[in-house]
Design a protein. Structure first.
Length: 175
């Protein structure tokens, strides 16, 4: 299902398990946040087609963290530049370190906990938070029982997010 968030942001959710994908049209660039699972590939390509795009039209992919349900479709975005936190993507040559990069009106917030390199993206003017698996609806949070997780770091990250004014939450999973 595609849901339009505003004039330039769309949320894509899938029938099968996998992370939600967000399309942002910023500065004449097509930017994706995450890519979902391989089993959602056909549905993702279909959603892009509904939005009059192909995978080749995607310019930038921002990755919230390195779990399979958020990154398995990276290979179809052949013209995109990929950015993620090198704490999660240190062995991925095709993923540039997101830290220190300017990304339009998106503010990077490092939110370790679910993984050591989890990040969120915040749009201060619109008060929109793309939270990956750090924060879900109804105050749910991402799991912290993985080898590269930290419950203590997750609490610190949640404390930081608590200070944000959020009108629209765009989490990595919708249920």
């Amino acid at each position: 299902m595609i849901k339009q968030i505003n004039d330039y942001i769309w949320q894509m959710d899938f029938a099968q398990f996998g992370g939600a994908v967000y399309l942002l049209k910023l500065d004449e660039k097509n930017v994706l946040i995450d890519t979902s699972t391989r089993q959602n590939r056909k549905e993702l390509v279909g959603y892009l087609k509904e939005l009059e795009l192909t995978p080749e039209n995607i310019d930038v992919v921002l990755l919230t963290h390195n779990h399979f349900d958020h990154v398995e479709n990276m290979d179809i975005f052949v013209n995109a530049e990929f950015f993620g936190n090198k704490k999660d993507f240190k062995n991925e040559d095709n993923v540039k370190d997101i830290r220190g990069q300017p990304f339009y009106e998106l503010r990077l917030i490092e939110t370790p906990g679910h993984t050591f390199g989890s990040v969120c993206f915040y749009m201060p003017e619109e008060k929109i938070l793309f939270s990956g698996d750090t924060l879900f609806y109804n105050h749910g949070i991402g799991r912290t029982d993985f080898p590269n997780s930290s419950p203590r770091d997750m609490q610190s990250s949640l404390d930081e997010l608590e200070n944000l004014q959020i009108k629209v939450l765009c989490p990595g999973h919708l249920d």
